[in-house]
Design a binder for this molecule. Structure first.
Ligand SMILES: [Zn+2]
Length: 273
């Protein structure tokens, strides 16, 4: 059995793959996070206690990792996981090899395995927070760069971001920030409110596009997946707003909210086969 744990700002998803030739997970379990490290870790172990013979596991986690990819050094959406050696702890608890990656890195890897598009693209996650990775190069020689586009500063004098900076893209348009500002879940926002948020999305998309221009940006994460009409609106307005270069095309992630799960499995298939 091979496992991929995807720990995001709101929940942990665990994909179970029977063997390295599996085409898809045999099941996916969802655990709602309580943002208490001990309780969340125990809930993960409880979910896995009946699984016998774990050959390998990959953890996808939201935030910036240290150089050895053993722990989070800054995670605005998972602060209780910061500084803990999650790689070796999980490896000890499951008695198997464990690798840890930034979640958008693995989501980008997952999308790159199913995308018919063969050139470089950005993968942008718009959910509880904003994150992303750059997938660079032609299909067979791709390299993925985990970035932190959600923490580019869009409005220097605006509200503080949970990362410690002020006016980050995440603080202006990430799901948790929207929840705080409007007092309701992003799925309950009305068009008038989305029209206030869209300019921040356009500015952020222009900024990543002028730093590393690509023809395509693949959008994943809860907000992008659940509000495709808002993504259409952003794509339309981006065409008019971007002047210096042609605007990129926006596409919704084909693997939906399982992109990082498939990416983690793609890593193990490549590494362990
Ligand atoms: Zn920030």
């Amino acid at each position: 059995m091979y496992l991929v744990l995807d720990i995001g700002g709101t929940n942990c998803r665990i994909g179970f793959f029977n063997d390295l030739n599996a085409k898809k997970p045999s099941k996916v379990e969802y655990i709602k996070l309580q943002h208490d490290f001990d309780k969340d870790w125990q809930a993960i172990l409880d979910t896995l206690q009946h699984i016998k013979g774990i050959n390998g596991a990959v953890m996808a986690i939201a935030g910036a990792l240290d150089q050895d990819r053993t722990k989070l050094i800054n995670s605005p959406h998972l602060p209780v996981f910061e500084g803990i050696d999650i790689k070796n702890r999980l490896s000890d608890d499951l008695s198997c090899k464990v690798e840890v990656f930034n979640d958008t890195y693995l989501a980008a890897l997952g999308e790159s395995t199913v995308a018919r598009y063969t050139d470089s693209f950005w993968y942008l996650n718009w959910g509880s927070g904003i994150g992303g990775s750059l997938v660079k190069g032609k299909r067979t020689k791709r390299k993925i760069y985990a970035a932190e586009p959600g923490h580019m500063v869009l409005c220097p004098r605006a509200e503080a971001c949970e990362c410690g900076q002020k006016g980050c893209w995440d603080a202006m348009a990430g799901g948790k920030s929207l929840q705080r500002r409007y007092g309701k879940s992003p799925s309950e926002l009305i068009l008038k409110q989305w029209k206030e948020i869209v300019p921040f999305m356009i500015n952020g998309l222009i900024n990543i596009s002028v730093v590393y221009p690509t023809e395509l940006i693949i959008m994943g994460g809860g907000i992008a997946l659940n509000q495709p009409e808002i993504i259409d609106l952003i794509a339309h307005k981006l065409q008019d707003s971007m002047k210096i270069l042609p605007a990129p095309r926006l596409e919704i992630a084909k693997l939906g909210d399982l992109a990082a799960i498939y990416g983690g499995f793609a890593f193990m298939r490549e590494e362990y086969n």
